[in-house]
Design a protein. Structure first.
Length: 223
């Protein structure tokens, strides 16, 4: 019996000051073994003398939370190591990006999210129907996202095929990849709009560097 795991993350508070809101979904076929790529990633960190901190891209770049005592060089090396892990990991992903100014209320954004998720599932329904079980991992951080996940998946797929589990990135490498996906796609939107900041340029370089070293490699995993 085939099982699909869906790891969900978001970027940008729905009611906050951020211009964009992103929702990332990372899809992992459980028949694709992750143990080798995880082992190589952990070995790479050890060889570099770096701590195995669960990736959280925004704090890594800003030097917050668990990264507060690390130098910029060490954080850049952590990002490079995780990026290599992402390149060689078996998964697909999709990101929904919304300009919050286009929505009068958070409810309107949530409704659009549900429609977009349902459309994605129906557009790829043959692939999703290959799986006997779909398990969704989300930390339940945003109620609108939780509702969109329930309604979208249950509308497109059989209700009994969907299992919801609260999860934290510390326990799942794929949730860390979902965080990375959100961060890279947000950076792409900022470079596209010419509003990338000094921190983006410090870790990603010019737009050309960012495309070559991060974005193109990630988008090979697009669903």
């Amino acid at each position: 019996m085939r099982e699909l795991s869906v790891f969900v993350d978001e970027s940008g508070d729905i009611g906050g000051e951020s211009r964009c809101y992103l929702l990332s979904l990372v899809f992992h076929d459980q028949s694709d073994d992750l143990s080798r790529t995880m082992r190589l990633y952990e070995q790479d960190l050890a060889v570099r003398g770096l701590a195995d901190i669960p990736l959280h891209l925004n704090p890594l770049m800003r030097g917050n939370e668990g990264y507060s005592n690390l130098s910029v060089d060490d954080r850049a090396r952590m990002l490079a190591s995780f990026g290599t892990f992402v390149v060689h990991s078996p998964f697909k992903y999709h990101v929904f990006l919304y300009e919050k100014s286009q929505f009068a209320t958070s409810e309107a954004l949530g409704a659009r999210m549900r429609r977009d998720l349902s459309a994605l599932l129906f557009d790829n329904i043959d692939w999703f129907q290959r799986f006997d079980f779909v398990k969704i991992y989300y930390d339940d951080g945003q109620s609108l996202v939780t509702r969109a996940l329930h309604l979208g998946f249950e509308y497109a797929l059989a209700r009994e095929a969907v299992v919801y589990r609260d999860a934290s990135p510390a326990g799942y490498r794929m949730l860390q990849i979902a965080d990375y996906v959100c961060g890279i796609e947000l950076a792409a939107a900022k470079y596209d709009s010419g509003v990338e900041g000094a921190t983006d340029r410090m870790f990603f370089g010019t737009r050309r560097d960012f495309n070559k070293n991060f974005l193109r490699k990630l988008r090979k995993h697009l669903l």
